[in-house]
Design a protein around this ligand. Structure first.
Ligand SMILES: *Cc1c(COP(=O)(O)O)cnc(C)c1O
Length: 465
C-alpha cells in the first residue's frame, strides 16, 4: 500500500518512541523538534507530488541523525586542494607556515603584550610587533598593517588624497576578486580619480599634463591578474617618483601581491619585489599578507615615516585594524624571511610555487603506489604532466610544470566522481579536463593521501547508510 498523508506520524508520537532519547540527550529539544517537523513536512510534499517516501520510524530517525550531524559540524572546513592553483582565492589563499600557526595558538590561549610596552610598563602599540621586521626586510622607513590590502589602499587614499585628485593610468584600473575595483575604492575614499593615458599605453607626459593644483597623489596599481600584451607602455615607478618630486606630490604603488623575494630564478615571471619598489623612492607601497608573502590575510603599508604617521593617526585606521591572531601569524611569517632559504622551505606558498617538476612526478608516482587497494577496481589512474597556476591574482602568465593524478571512473560519469570527491567528509577539489578528473600534485600534501584513498574506497564500495 503506497504511503498516504494519513500515515505520516505526528511529532508527539515520534517523541514518545524510545529512539527519541538519543537525539534528545545530545541536542537541544527545540532543534530536534524543528528538524523533525522539517522532515515530516518534506515527506508530506513528496507524497503530494506522487512519490512514495519511506515513513518507517528507523528511516526517519536516521534522517534526523544525518541532519543533526550536518548542523553541528563546522561549516568552515579543511578541504584538499587538487586544483594546482597555489594561492586559491576560493580555497583560503595562503597556508600558514607551521611556525606561524603555532604562534597563533600560543597568543590565542594566553594574555599577551599586544598593546603593552614591557620595558616601560605602560600602554604600547600593537604595530610595534611587526614594524621593525617590515622596515628591516623592505628597507622602508616605516610600516603599518591593516586588515587586508583593500583596506590598506582605502586608508592610503583617504589619508593622502581625500577630496583631491589622484592620477592613475587607464591601463591600471583593475578589478580584483570581483569586488575590489580601483575606481570604486577611490570614490569610497573621497579621492577623485583622474584617469590618464589609454588602455595599452600611458606616457610620463600624460601624468604631467594631468597635474594641477588639486592633485594630491600619483598612483601606480599593479595589474595583478591580467596582462595587456602587444604595443604597451607603462611609466616606471622611478619616473613617477621623479615627477612627484618636481611637483611636490606623493607617489604610491599598490603592488597587490608584493613578494619580498625574487621568484624568477624558479621560473616565475619577473616582478618588482617590495624592496625594489621601496628603492625606487615611492612614498608608500601597499601589498597583501596572504598572496605571495604566504602569511595571514593582512594589508601591509610601507614607506616614508611621515606618511606612515599620517596613516596611523587617521581614525579610519581604527576601523581597519589588524587583530592579534593575524599579527601573531604575520610576525612569525616575517621572521622566516630573515633567512630566505628558510622562507622558501617553511612558507607553504613559496614551497609549493618553487617545487621542481621532478619532485612532483616522484610524489605522483608515490601516490599511485599508495593507491593499490580495492580502490583500483573502480577507477583507472594515471600520472600525467600538467600545468599549475600561481593564483591569487598574481603572475597571471606564469604556468608551472607539474604532474597530476588523472582519474577516470570505469563505471559512471567523471562529473559524478567529481561530485563524490566534493561531497567527501574532507572535500577533495580537483578539475575536469578531457573527461578526466585531475588532481595536481603541486597542491596535494602528503597528509591528503589517506583522505584520497578513503574517498576512492567509498566510491568503489558505496556503503549503504
Ligand atoms: C589582491 C589585490 C588587492 C586586494 O588585496 P586583498 O588583500 O585581497 O584585500 C588590491 N590591489 C591589488 C593590485 C591586488 O592585487
Amino acid at each position: 500500500m503506497p504511503p498516504s498523508l494519513r500515515h505520516i506520524p505526528s511529532v508527539t508520537l515520534l517523541l514518545s518512541d524510545p529512539a527519541a532519547e538519543r537525539p534528545l540527550s545530545r541536542f537541544p529539544r527545540p532543534l530536534v523538534l524543528k528538524l523533525l517537523r522539517d522532515i515530516l513536512a518534506e515527506k508530506r510534499r513528496e507524497i503530494q507530488a506522487g512519490r512514495e517516501p519511506s515513513l518507517a520510524p528507523p528511516d526517519l530517525w536516521q534522517e534526523l541523525a544525518l541532519r543533526i550531524e550536518s548542523k553541528t559540524a563546522y561549516h568552515l572546513r579543511r578541504v584538499v586542494n587538487g586544483t594546482g592553483v597555489v594561492i586559491h582565492t576560493n580555497l583560503g589563499r595562503s597556508l600558514l607556515a607551521a611556525q606561524a600557526a603555532s604562534q597563533v595558538d600560543r597568543v590565542a590561549r594566553a594574555y599577551s603584550n599586544l598593546e603593552f610596552d614591557l620595558e616601560q610598563g605602560r600602554r604600547g602599540s600593537r604595530y610595534s610587533h611587526v614594524e621593525e621586521l617590515l622596515t628591516e626586510l623592505t628597507g622602508a622607513e616605516g610600516a603599518l598593517v591593516v586588515n587586508n590590502n583593500a583596506a590598506a589602499v582605502l586608508l592610503a587614499l583617504d589619508t593622502l588624497a581625500k577630496g583631491r585628485e589622484v592620477v592613475v593610468s587607464r591601463g591600471q584600473l583593475v578589478e580584483i576578486g570581483g569586488s575590489f575595483r580601483v575606481p570604486e575604492v577611490m570614490s569610497r575614499s573621497g579621492a577623485l580619480l583622474r584617469e590618464v593615458g589609454t588602455t595599452n599605453k600611458t606616457h610620463l607626459r600624460d601624468y604631467e599634463q594631468a597635474v594641477n593644483e588639486r592633485t594630491a597623489l600619483l598612483l601606480k596599481v599593479h595589474t595583478s591578474n591580467f596582462r595587456i600584451l602587444g604595443f604597451t607602455s607603462e611609466v616606471p615607478l622611478e619616473e613617477l617618483v621623479a615627477l612627484g618630486k618636481t611637483h611636490n606630490l606623493a607617489v604610491m604603488e599598490d603592488l597587490g601581491s608584493g613578494s619580498l623575494l625574487d621568484l624568477s630564478p624558479f621560473g616565475l615571471e619577473k616582478e618588482p619585489t617590495v624592496p625594489e619598489a621601496v628603492r625606487s623612492g615611492a612614498d608608500l607601497i601597499t601589498f597583501s599578507g596572504d598572496k605571495l608573502l604566504g602569511g595571514p590575510q593582512a594589508g601591509i603599508l610601507v614607506g616614508r615615516k611621515t606618511v606612515i604617521q599620517g596613516l596611523r593617526a587617521n581614525p579610519l585606521n581604527r576601523a581597519l585594524r589588524i587583530d592579534k591572531l593575524t599579527l601573531a601569524a604575520l610576525e612569525a611569517t616575517l621572521h622566516l624571511y630573515r633567512r630566505p632559504e628558510q622562507a622558501l622551505r617553511d612558507i607553504p606558498t613559496l614551497r609549493l610555487l618553487t617545487a621542481p617538476p621532478a619532485a612532483l612526478r616522484r610524489r605522483a608516482r608515490r601516490l599511485l603506489r599508495y593507491l593499490t587497494g580495492p580502490e583500483r577496481t573502480a577507477v583507472s589512474l594515471e600520472v600525467l604532466p600538467t600545468q599549475s597556476q600561481v593564483g591569487g591574482g598574481a603572475l597571471p602568465l606564469s604556468r608551472l610544470s607539474s604532474y597530476a593524478l588523472a582519474l577516470v571512473p570505469l563505471k559512471g560519469k567523471v562529473n559524478d566522481l567529481e561530485a563524490h570527491f566534493r561531497a567527501h567528509t574532507i572535500p577533495i577539489i580537483g578539475r575536469i579536463e578531457d573527461d578526466r578528473l585531475l588532481l595536481d600534485l603541486r597542491t596535494l600534501q602528503l597528509a591528503d593521501f589517506p583522505v584520497l584513498r578513503d574517498c576512492l574506497r567509498a566510491w568503489t564500495a558505496p556503503v549503504s547508510p
